[in-house]
Design a protein around this ligand. Sequence first.
Ligand code: CAA
Length: 293
Amino acid sequence: MTSPMRNIAVIGAGQMGTGIAQTCAAQGMTVMLTDVDLPRAEAGKAAIGKALAKLMGRGKIEADEAEKLLARITPVADYAPFAEADLIIEAATEREEIKNAIFEKAGQVLATGAIMASNTSSIPITRMANHSPDPARFIGLHFFNPVPVMGLIEVIPGLATAKETTDAVTAFARGLGKEVVLSQDEPGFVVNRILLPMINEAVFVLGQSTAGIEDIDKGCRLGLNHPMGPLQLADFVGLDTCLDIINVLYTTTRDSKYRPAPLLVKYVEAGWLGRKTGRGFYDYSGEVPVPTR
Ligand code: CAA
């Protein structure tokens, strides 16, 4: 199914934003990519170039195809060019105040009929929609990391989201070659509501010395056939992001089963945030990751 939305704006040039930009450009869409400043947006495009070079090295993509894909992505300094976008996707830090400020600012240029979406992992869509110019055209569009590889997008309409908006972004998601799961606007939606308690529990298991880091991961890889163990996956997602999500589950439901594991809080306080900082439950400075406990 081809979506009529071809002009996409992505806010946030980190792991998720660059993955979304690459995936859209791979389908022939034009993408404007922005971050807090132009150098960060440019660094995001450079990271996509690096990922494509890796794929070229493995014979997964031809050089001219990679070049064309990259040419469809334009780093931009501010939101003014987003007036041309059919769809604005916010993929910034998982903090509500940061996202709300983005919706208010980007909302000033949102074209009539264009849609604004958030890639939030857990923050209520209905609440954030109030910071957009038109809650009927605001929706959750939750991608999974690494975006070019993962086959799923969660679509989360808020209370005020129009059916036309849900239909349009569902067609857009399918146009990216992804399957769609429709979720109600409940904390953590579907996948993170299940995933984050698992990761958090793995950190409790570690904190209580029931098993070490490698055995916890091995247990889930071999015993459950997961591609990564929960602590490896936590490092992959980012421990700060994991803590942010479990905190949203905890504070919005007030259910003690979602209380963050104290050791997870400690790792974040230490600045050991996972792969992106070179150290989380594993140390990534050498050839192979080494457990930190
Ligand atoms: N663009 C396109 N393709 C890419 C790519 C990119 N940037 N990066 C990797 N690939 C492709 C590779 O070419 C490879 O393709 P083939 O299988 O056809 O050879 C495939 O992806 C796998 O890559 P690798 O061989 O490098 O790595 P791997 O086999 O070790 O798999 C993994 C890596 C896909 C990450 C796998 O370990 C995995 O699935 N892990 C679990 C990931 C997961 O659970 N993600 C969800 C996290 S939760 C989330 O995102 C939501 C949230 O809100 C927190």
